[in-house]
Design a protein around this ligand. Sequence first.
Ligand SMILES: [Ca+2]
Ligand SMILES: [Ca+2]
Length: 380
Amino acid sequence: MNRRLKLLVSMIATLALAGVIGCGDDTPSSSPSNNGNNGNNATNNGGNNATNNGNNGNNSNNGNNATNNGGNNATNNGTNNATNNGTNNANNGNNGGEPGTPADYDYSAQASFVDSILLETDPTIGDDVDGDGDNDNALGSLLGQLSGFLGDTDINATLAESIDSGSIALGATWPGYSDTSTNIDFFQLQYVTEGDRSEFKADPDSFLPGSKTPRIQFKNAAITGGALVAGPSTFELSFPLSDTITLDLLADSARLKGGLSSDASGVTMVDGSLSGAVPLTSVIGALNAYVASDTCACVTGGPLVDLSQGVGPQACNANIDASACPSGDTCGTIVGACAFVVPILAGQADIDLDGDGTKDAISLYIHLTATGTNISGAGN
Ligand SMILES: [Ca+2]
Ligand SMILES: [Ca+2]
């Protein structure tokens, strides 16, 4: 039991980590993004056109559509179809990003290096992701419930060590930064000189394939008296589980807040937070992809989880066979824990992203701070 709980926690931590690491890979994310967007057009007849138009920049579309689907369809079906369909179609064309290469990106904007990342484990501390007036932090709730089992697992200490060692290097540029608004582009960073945080290069994997458009963007964020409120947007996530395996996840309705100031060294953020919700389908998809990968060649008969069968133990494929996996092997452990993990993950879902009345995503809340730096160009 203890081991299984640790596995679960590490998986959830992986999700949260992925939310801030954002390390890209070469998966053609623009294509699935487009597909997802197309699918949403049919149901995105709802009322949030103003929000929708404002936020549907490039790769942000999926998350906003999901958000927009929530709640208002019945009210606005009659009114806004023409406008909304047109907007979404235009966005479909942009989902691949502006043609070009990462080297073509304009690196002249002020920049920041994210120097601390902390998962909030108090479930009462969070952001109001679903707008019901209460803070949402299901990840914190999960971690809190399992704290007695965590033992030597200190996720936040691991995060701090990873930033110190350089294995996590996340940063942003602030195009159009002013006293009242800004855009924000996030990048995985590469050190120019090891340990020197005064200059970085942007990892090319942080861009949509074949484009000069960053995967993670917040458009037209408001700044009031130095306080930033950005989003909702979509964090398109890739978490490198090993040299060859990448877990791809999507955090919807992501919002970034914090206190900003700028000087010659760049943009500083204090008391920052990143909130949002990771869809269960994204979590399960990542698990399935991992178990189906060459790393888990000892497992046959997948996929591991079929959510069309529900979110109970029955969602776990009875025909999957991990008997060839060595004792203690991660792949075999995941398969063995499936019937335990899936219902708990589903039970932690607290956000209804698609507005169908069933909660389908796990909210999270992450503290972060950033200091000024220079992102001087594209890396290798
Ligand atoms: Ca709430
Ligand atoms: Ca739902």
